[in-house]
Design a protein around this ligand. Structure first.
Ligand SMILES: Nc1ncnc2c1ncn2[C@@H]1O[C@H](COP(=O)(O)OP(=O)(O)OP(=O)(O)O)[C@@H](O)[C@H]1O
Ligand SMILES: [Mg+2]
Length: 263
């Protein structure tokens, strides 16, 4: 059974159909990616899934429950947590405090349940501060825990957002362009972190323009263009799809890292 099922979801802004009857299913324990040129409707689809906008048509089912139009905090409490395209940290708080702030969103299951398996871990989980340290170490930011968020490099801030989202104990984690602005070394670290997140029982759905990252980590890819789903499949299938090559300005080599056709 799929963890997330998107069924004919549509969103309009005035005369513009930003998301046009999109359907797709996300299997548990996988990394999937949504790609597509600028303005294709990727972030809008995330807004619909995470409850920040209500679709004008269609249905979103998470873990067997219809969450269409549900408030974001209720969706998060069910274990569906997202990050944003632009960094949204609390600038005056330390890195650790930013992660602690994510703890209040937690529901049950996923990473939380995985961490809670041992008695000593369970004791630690009572303490959001300890959890924050653990998650900072998990993403490789343990040495930055007590610095203000603004003292971190941009790449570190993006990882901090991932740690904060993990603090909410997601079963499904939505990441909107997590590699945007990262250098090659940071992107490589992110890729390994994503694999580690999945290994801990969290399913990942990411929007990403960095095609080499997408091809490396994602097992399924959904391609949007002008709000429509134009392709869906494995990285190999999507790279060969004529409609996808057309959408990316007639033949950008996806494997070589092109990606922003309508920009
Ligand atoms: N709140 C809004 N009001 C009006 N139009 C919007 C709104 N949000 C998005 N749009 C429009 O909907 C379309 C899809 O936007 P969206 O941000 O979802 O694209 P995207 O695929 O995330 O693009 P990018 O890769 O640049 O982030 C665009 O034409 C955008 O201008
Ligand atoms: Mg976007």
């Amino acid at each position: 059974m799929s963890l997330l099922s998107i069924e004919g979801v549509t969103q309009r802004f005035g005369g513009l159909t930003a998301v046009d009857s999109v359907s797709c299913a996300i299997a548990p324990g996988t990394i999937s990616a949504i790609i597509g040129p600028n303005g294709a409707g990727k972030t809008t689809l995330f807004n619909l899934i995470s409850g920040f906008q209500k679709p004008v048509a269609g249905r979103i089912v998470f873990d067997g429950h219809d969450i269409t139009g549900m408030a974001p905090h209720r969706i998060a409490a069910r274990g569906l947590v997202r990050t944003f395209q632009l960094v949204q940290l609390f600038p005056d708080l330390t890195a650790a405090q930013n992660v602690e702030a994510g703890c209040h969103l937690r529901g049950s299951g996923g990473l939380w349940a995985a961490l809670a398996r041992t008695a000593s871990a369970r004791r630690e989980l009572a303490d959001a501060a300890a959890t924050a340290r653990e998650l900072l170490a998990f993403v490789g930011l343990q040495a930055r825990a007590d610095l203000p968020a603004t003292a971190l490099t941009y790449g570190q801030q993006r990882l901090l957002e991932v740690a904060r989202a993990l603090a909410a104990a997601p079963r499904l984690l939505l990441l909107d362009e997590p590699a945007a602005g990262l250098n090659a070394l940071e992107t490589d670290h992110l890729a390994r972190t994503l694999d580690a997140i999945v290994a801990r029982g969290v399913t990942v759905l990411l929007i990403e323009h960095d095609m080499s990252l997408v091809m490396r980590v994602a097992s399924r890819i959904v391609v949007l263009d002008f709000g429509r789903r134009i392709a869906e499949g494995t990285p190999e299938e999507v790279q060969r799809d004529p409609a996808v090559l057309e959408a990316y300005l007639g033949g950008v080599d996806l494997a070589a890292g092109g990606g922003s056709a309508h920009a």
